[in-house]
Write a protein that binds this ligand. Structure first.
Ligand SMILES: Nc1ncnc2c1ncn2[C@@H]1O[C@H](COP(=O)(O)OP(=O)(O)OP(=O)(O)O)[C@@H](O)[C@H]1O
Length: 323
C-alpha cells in the first residue's frame, strides 16, 4: 500500500466492486495490485485532453536491465513450486520448475485444468492461491516476499485470460496511473495527462486500436478481441520485463490474432521475455517461442521446441506422453 495517495474529492477506500460482478475477484485483485490507480484516476478523470502532443520517450524499460558481460541474464527461476487454492487447500501446482532468461519466449501448453493459469496467477501473487513450498526468484529477488503491486512495479505483467472491467475508471487514466507508478519506482518524473497522451498515442497504432478506446472505461463493453488488444496496449505502456500472456489468442478472429501477435513481436527486445499460455499452434507460428513446455497435473513434464506443438496439433496429448 506504499503507493496509496490521498485524493481530496473521493473517499479513501478502493472502488467498490459489486460482488456479483463477473470476475469480481480478479477486479479486486487488480485494484489491490494498483491501489493508487483507482483513487488517483478519479482525481484526474476530467484532465484528459484529446489533442496529441510531442511523444515522450520512455526510459521505463531500458534502465532496469543490464548485462555487462554480454550474456543473457537470468530473469525468472522457479524451483519445485507447489501451491494450493487458498480456500480449499486443494493442491494445484505440484512442483513446477522453470528458468527464463532475458530475450526468451516461452510457451506453456497443456490439457484443460493442468494448472497453466494457476501458475501464472501464482507468479503475480493472486490471492486465490497459497504457495506451500518452493521458490520464485525474479531478477535476483524473492518474488514470494513481494506484494502483487510490487511484483508489477518490478517488471512483471500479466494479461488475464478474461480481462476484467473496471467501472468508473477510464482507460487512459488507468494507464497513466499505472505508468506513473512504474516511473516513480524507477525514480523518473511522472507524466501529466498531456505528456502521457503524447506517449500513448503512437502505441495505439501498434495494437490497431482507435483513439476513442482511451476515453472508455477499462474494458467496459469491449468485445473479446478489443479486450485482448487493450491488454497488449497495457503491456506496451508499462514495458514489462516479463509478460505473462494467458491465452491471448482465445476468441480472436484470424486478423485480430495476427494483429495481437504482431504487437507482441513489436514489443520483444533482447532484454525482455514473454511467457505465454496457449492451446494452439497458430499463435506459436506468429510468435515463435524459444521453448515450449507441456504442463500436466501441476508440473512441467516436457520441454522442447515448436515441433512439440506440431505433434500436439496433429496427434493430441497422448502422443506427447509417449515421446
Ligand atoms: N480458485 C480456484 N478454486 C477452485 N479450484 C481452482 C481454482 N483455481 C484453479 N482451480 C482448479 O485448478 C485446476 C487448474 O486450473 P487452471 O485454471 O490453472 O487450469 P488451466 O491449465 O489453465 O486450464 P485451461 O486450459 O482450461 O484454461 C482446475 O481443476 C481448476 O478447477
Amino acid at each position: 500500500m506504499a503507493l496509496l495517495r490521498p485524493c481530496p474529492s473521493i473517499p479513501s477506500a478502493p472502488l467498490p466492486l459489486p460482488s456479483s460482478y463477473p470476475n469480481s475477484r480478479n477486479s479486486i485483485f487488480l485494484v489491490r495490485r494498483f491501489p493508487s490507480l483507482v483513487q488517483s484516476s478519479h482525481c484526474r478523470r476530467s484532465l484528459f485532453l484529446p489533442k496529441a502532443t510531442a511523444a515522450i520517450d520512455s526510459q521505463a524499460t531500458a534502465s532496469t536491465v543490464n548485462g555487462q558481460d554480454g550474456l543473457p541474464k537470468l530473469l525468472l527461476e522457479v524451483k519445485d513450486l507447489r501451491a494450493v487454492v487458498a480456500e480449499s487447500k486443494q493442491e494445484i501446482l505440484k512442483g513446477v520448475n522453470l528458468v527464463v532468461y532475458e530475450g526468451e519466449v516461452h510457451a506453456i501448453m497443456g490439457k484443460n485444468g493442468s494448472g497453466k493459469s494457476t501458475f501464472s496467477k501464482v507468479l503475480v501473487g493472486h490471492p486465490d492461491y497459497e504457495v506451500t513450498s518452493g521458490s520464485i526468484v525474479f531478477k535476483g529477488e524473492n518474488l514470494l516476499d513481494m506484494e502483487p503491486e510490487e511484483r508489477s512495479l518490478a517488471g512483471l505483467f500479466m494479461s488475464f485470460q478474461s480481462p476484467v472491467e473496471i467501472p468508473g475508471v477510464s482507460n487512459i487514466d488507468f494507464l497513466n496511473m499505472a505508468y506513473n507508478a512504474r516511473r516513480r519506482k524507477l525514480g523518473l518524473p511522472e507524466l501529466g495527462p498531456i505528456e502521457f497522451y503524447g506517449y500513448i498515442a503512437p502505441k495505439l497504432d501498434l495494437v490497431n486500436m482507435k483513439i476513442d478506446f482511451l476515453n472508455r472505461n477499462v474494458n467496459e463493453g469491449f468485445s473479446g478481441g478489443e479486450r485482448k488488444r487493450n491488454e497488449i496496449l497495457q503491456l506496451a505502456v508499462l514495458g514489462a520485463e516479463l509478460a505473462l500472456l494467458d491465452e491471448i489468442d482465445s476468441g480472436l478472429d484470424v486478423d485480430a490474432l495476427r494483429d495481437v501477435a504482431k504487437s507482441v513481436n513489436g514489443l520483444l527486445t533482447p532484454k525482455n521475455s514473454v511467457l505465454m499460455i496457449t492451446h494452439y499452434l497458430r499463435l506459436l507460428e506468429f510468435i515463435r517461442p524459444t521453448y515450449i513446455h507441456i504442463m500436466d497435473d501441476g508440473k512441467i513434464v516436457r520441454t522442447g521446441d515448436i515441433s512439440i506443438a506440431k505433434v500436439l496439433e496433429k496427434e493430441g496429448y497422448k502422443a506427447i506422453s509417449a515421446m
